[in-house]
Ligand binder design. Structure first.
Ligand code: MRU
Length: 365
């Protein structure tokens, strides 16, 4: 499955379709920062595993992978009959959607792809495949445009020389190119803002250390890696002027699921009077989820905490381990959402409803 070695992350988009349209190509993020390898995903199982095992991760990147993935699976479907093609499409959609539960971008992208089929009843399979490919490419292109806009709006919140703390990886590796929380940082870098970035290492899977620190360092940004439990110390020292994080699902009231540890950072930021911004493509705002309590939080294997990164096990055999992959930051702790349409401030429920294409579902129980 390995394609080539020793290229840098800047040589590739995080997710793409190969030139022949036969495979989803991703950077295997589990190997970073030591090795940059591309892998080609072709089967439903390969795509599902790549998402579940975090070879590709980050809400927008998962969405783009699923969009290209379902297109490939539709392409390999042998059915010529519309109804059977749709049934097969839905089976694959349900399977890919089960790979990770928290990031809404996964089902959002798959639903968009399904609409292409359901909005063209009776179309030939050849026509449907052309439309599906176009839609998947549009989902990818939108991500690049949206992240760029988030970068432009985010930069208006920052000053030259600011200290910025970020958690997990909401960078180019979590999207296609700019990332969300890193987009203002990259744009600021282009314009000589001289930011000082603090990257939380992000236990247990170290997305901050392995990915954020790596991609920012690569881009020449002044980045300092800290353990998660050092965030309070750097804030107390007065080194942080703003916190920028990404999100996996934003509920209708503004409660926000993001990588485990984010809510703790928000509590600290509130304590020290530091603005806390969530960089959010509006695709991640899910008005069908009323509050954070309604967001399903992925729980992962205990080994990720007890042994994954250690030479030897670092916890006693048999100890109980709790390993939620995400937590929910209460909307009251969020200073604003940086979206492709601008900065949204509280009351968030109202601000979200005014966004293009967002309307709260009717008849909710
Ligand atoms: O488990 P991960 O690595 O997929 O978690 C990713 C995050 O929590 C990101 O902050 C989030 O997806 C936003 S990415 C722009």
């Amino acid at each position: 499955m390995t394609l080539e070695k020793e290229k840098t992350i800047m040589d590739h988009d995080t997710v793409s379709l190969d030139d022949e349209g036969n495979a989803v190509v991703i950077i295997d993020q589990t190997l970073l920062p030591v090795r940059t390898e591309l892998i080609r995903l072709k089967t439903a199982e390969e795509i599902w595993n790549a998402i579940y095992l975090l070879k590709v991760r980050g809400a927008p990147a998962i969405g783009v992978t699923a969009a290209f993935g379902i297109y490939l699976l539709a392409k390999s479907c042998k059915e010529e009959n519309y109804d059977r093609f749709l049934a097969n499409f839905r089976k694959n959609k349900e399977y890919l959607d089960s790979s990770r539960p928290t990031a809404v971008n996964l089902s959002w992208a798959l639903n968009r792809m399904e609409c292409v089929v359901t909005e063209h009843p009776g179309a030939s399979v050849a026509e449907l495949l052309t439309l599906l490919k176009k839609e998947a490419e549009e989902i990818r292109d939108e991500d690049i445009r949206v992240c760029r806009k988030i970068g432009e709006y985010g930069l208006t919140l920052l000053k030259k020389g600011d200290g910025i703390l970020t958690h997990c990886n909401a960078g180019r590796l979590a999207a296609v190119r700019y990332g969300t929380a890193t987009a203002p940082i990259y744009l600021g870098q282009e314009k000589g803002y001289g930011f000082h970035v603090y990257a939380d290492e992000t236990r247990p899977l170290l997305q901050g250390a392995r990915l954020t620190a790596y991609e920012l360092l690569f881009a020449g940004v002044d980045v300092t890696l800290i353990c998660d439990n050092m965030a309070s110390a750097v804030m107390k020292n007065g080194w942080v002027n703003a916190v920028l994080v990404g999100c996996d699902r934003v509920a209708a009231n503004g409660d926000t699921a993001n990588k485990i540890g984010t809510s703790g950072v928000a509590v600290l930021a509130a304590h020290y009077g530091i603005p806390f911004y969530v960089c959010a493509p509006t695709s991640t705002i899910d008005l069908s989820t009323p509050t954070g309590a309604d967001i399903r939080i992925e729980e992962r294997k205990p080994e990720e905490v007890s042994e994954m990164w250690y030479r030897e096990r670092m916890a006693p055999e048999g100890v109980k381990i709790f390993n939620p992959a995400f937590d929910v930051t209460d909307h009251s702790l969020i200073t604003g959402f940086v979206t492709e349409y601008g900065i949204l401030r509280a009351p968030f429920a109202e601000a979200f409803r005014k966004l293009p294409g967002k309307r709260e579902p009717e008849n909710r129980d």
